[in-house]
Design a protein. Structure first.
Length: 204
C-alpha cells in the first residue's frame, strides 16, 4: 500500500472510530451502566463483528469512551488547575465544573463510576488524580514546600469526591449547589491541611 493510500486508510479508520464512540455515548446516555455491546452496535447501525474491526474488544471500546470523557473533564478543570495559588474560590470553581458535568451527563457519569467497568473507572480516577497532584506540586515548589504528600492527597480527593458524587446521583438528597458547598468545604479543608503538613502556612 502506498503512503498516500495508507494515510487515507488511517484517516478513514480514525473517523470511523470516532463515529462508533459517538454511538457508544448515545447508547450509554440511554441505558447507563446496563449498556451492552448489542445496544451500542444497534445504535451505530452495524453488527458487533464490525465493531471489532476498529476496537479489539469491549474493554478497548470502553477505554476509548473513558479517554474521551477524561479529556472533557480535564478541559473543564483546566482553569482551576492552572491557578497560580490555591484559594477557596479556585476549589469551588473546580468542584462546580465537575458537578455541572456530572449533572449534565448523569448516565455517562454512572457508567464511569460503575464497578462493572472497574478497570475503565480506575484509569479515569488515576488520570484525574495525576492532574490534581501535579497542580498541587507545582504550587508547593513555588513556595518551597515539600511535595511528598501531594499524590496521596490527590488519590484520596478523587476517591472521596467520586463516592460522594455517586451517592448524590443515586439519592439526590439536595440540589447540586448544596453538593458544591459540601465538596468545596471538604476539599478546601483537606488542601489547607496538606499545605500546612508540607510546610506552607497562612491559608485559611
Amino acid at each position: 500500500m502506498t503512503d498516500g493510500r495508507h494515510a487515507r486508510w488511517q484517516e478513514h479508520r480514525e473517523a470511523r472510530r470516532e463515529e462508533f464512540l459517538d454511538a457508544a455515548l448515545r447508547a450509554i446516555r440511554a441505558r447507563g451502566p446496563a449498556v451492552s455491546m448489542e445496544d451500542i452496535a444497534r445504535e451505530a447501525g452495524v453488527s458487533k463483528p464490525r465493531f471489532y474491526r476498529y476496537f479489539a474488544d469491549r474493554d478497548e471500546l470502553f477505554a476509548a469512551v473513558a479517554e474521551r470523557s477524561m479529556v472533557t473533564l480535564a478541559h473543564r478543570l483546566a482553569p482551576a488547575l492552572a491557578a497560580a495559588a490555591p484559594s477557596r474560590e479556585v476549589v469551588r470553581g473546580a468542584v462546580t465544573a465537575y458537578v455541572d458535568l456530572v449533572d449534565q451527563d448523569p448516565l455517562v457519569a454512572r457508567f464511569m463510576m460503575s464497578g462493572e467497568f472497574g478497570a475503565v473507572s480506575d484509569r479515569g480516577r488515576k488520570r484525574v488524580a495525576a492532574l490534581l497532584a501535579e497542580a498541587a506540586k507545582a504550587y508547593l515548589r513555588t513556595v518551597g514546600g515539600r511535595v511528598e504528600g501531594a499524590d496521596t492527597w490527590a488519590q484520596a480527593t478523587v476517591a472521596a469526591v467520586g463516592a460522594a458524587t455517586s451517592h448524590w446521583l443515586e439519592a439526590r438528597p439536595f440540589d447540586k449547589r448544596r453538593l458544591v458547598d459540601h465538596l468545596t468545604a471538604y476539599l478546601w479543608g483537606g488542601m489547607v491541611a496538606l499545605l500546612e503538613d508540607e510546610g506552607v502556612q497562612g491559608l485559611t
